[in-house]
Design a protein around this ligand. Structure first.
Ligand SMILES: NC(=O)c1ccc[n+]([C@@H]2O[C@H](COP(=O)([O-])OP(=O)(O)OC[C@H]3O[C@@H](n4cnc5c(N)ncnc54)[C@H](OP(=O)(O)O)[C@@H]3O)[C@@H](O)[C@H]2O)c1
Length: 310
């Protein structure tokens, strides 16, 4: 598994990160036992993955803590998050202490404000960020980050405010081959500022469920965000990326598309299924998709900014 620098943090991170939230929550949502869920992280670590993202909201911090009992703490990069919308300044330090206790560690590598929406950004920067800074100075956080509320902010309205302030060392962004709007609206500036970028929503439902993909594409055509003339096979609109020298499957294409996008560092993969994890590790170890396939995806989805891929 390749390692890269997580932007200006200098942290040495694997290009794949275990996402402990999303629809799977490390298998918690599909009824896996705690030990089975924890083994997802152990399996990933054995394959060279050193990054995990969780949150006080997911209910998976204890599962990461369980896995951590069998892992060398100094070789794992832990990212967790504090809810932003309902948090007051006084909630930040106790929130971190509770996360540390559930994780069974005395510091986190990246502490993020979770799901910052545009209308709340200024309050987060002025009231919550100073509290995060104090925790960083106390050695409990190595780097401060934040995530977009992509479900409600698919057009990246919040990101320009965060980039203008230039106080966040890491950002978690929504990006996938269907909604590539982060490239121009966010990543171009993040590259200049050397911000560490975690990608969420690389696959989700639209890129792991062919029937759902057809529904999503039909909606995009109706919304005028895809030109039907760009689609050769309406029953398999992006099937052209799977071929002998191309992707091995749509999820494979989806992870590799994000992995090789300039400006991205850690691609989060959320799964509770050990077989999917194995495939996703293999995908993130593969090289870029063929240039003509990537160019065609860029052209086909060039106007899309109204979906997450869920
Ligand atoms: N605003 C935020 O801060 C925010 C929001 C969302 C997510 N996140 C973070 O981002 C992480 C990544 O989340 P994501 O949901 O966007 O992850 P994702 O990897 O894009 O999608 C996960 C979904 O795809 C399925 N899947 C994964 N690999 C598959 C494969 N090889 N074949 C078929 N289906 C596959 C999973 O189901 P199976 O379990 O069946 O594999 C799951 O339903 C989350 O875990 C969380 O840490 C943050």
């Amino acid at each position: 598994m390749d390692r890269v620098k997580l932007g200006r943090t200098g942290l040495d991170v694997s290009v794949m990160g275990v996402g402990a939230g999303g629809p799977s929550q490390m298998g918690k949502r599909s009824g896996k036992t705690e030990a089975e869920s924890a083994s997802i992280l152990l399996q990933a670590f054995d394959a060279g993955v050193n990054f995990v993202d969780t949150s006080e909201n997911y209910g998976t911090e204890p599962l990461v803590g369980l896995a951590l009992k069998d892992l060398p703490r100094d070789q794992l990069i832990i990212s967790t998050k504090k809810s932003s919308s309902d948090a007051k300044a006084a909630d930040v330090a106790p929130g971190l202490e509770a996360s540390l206790s559930r994780l069974g560690t005395d510091y986190v590598d990246v502490y993020n404000l979770h799901g910052v929406w545009p209308g709340d950004y200024r309050r987060c920067a002025e009231e919550l960020y100073p509290e995060l800074l104090k925790l960083k100075e106390a050695g409990k956080i190595r780097f401060i980050g934040m995530s977009e509320k992509f479900n409600d902010d698919m057009e990246h309205e919040m990101a320009p405010m965060a980039l203008a302030d230039d106080i966040w060392d890491v950002m978690m962004i929504g990006f996938n081959l269907l909604n590539q709007s982060a490239r121009d609206r966010l990543l171009a500036k993040a590259i200049q500022q050397d911000i560490g970028i975690q990608v969420m929503f690389a696959v989700r439902k639209a890129l792991s469920d062919p029937d759902h993909l057809l529904t999503v594409i039909a909606g995009l055509i109706e919304a005028g965000q895809i030109d039907p003339a760009d689609i050769d096979d309406p029953n398999d609109p992006i099937g052209f990326i799977v071929h002998k020298n191309g992707a091995v499957s749509i999820p494979d294409a989806a992870y590799r598309f994000c992995r090789h996008e300039p400006g991205t560092h850690v691609i989060l993969s959320g799964t509770g299924n050990p077989e999917h994890l194995k495939k996703n590790i293999a995908s993130l170890e593969r090289g870029p998709l063929q240039t003509e396939d990537v160019d065609r995806l860029k052209h086909m989805f060039r106007n899309v900014d109204s979906i997450t891929g869920q």
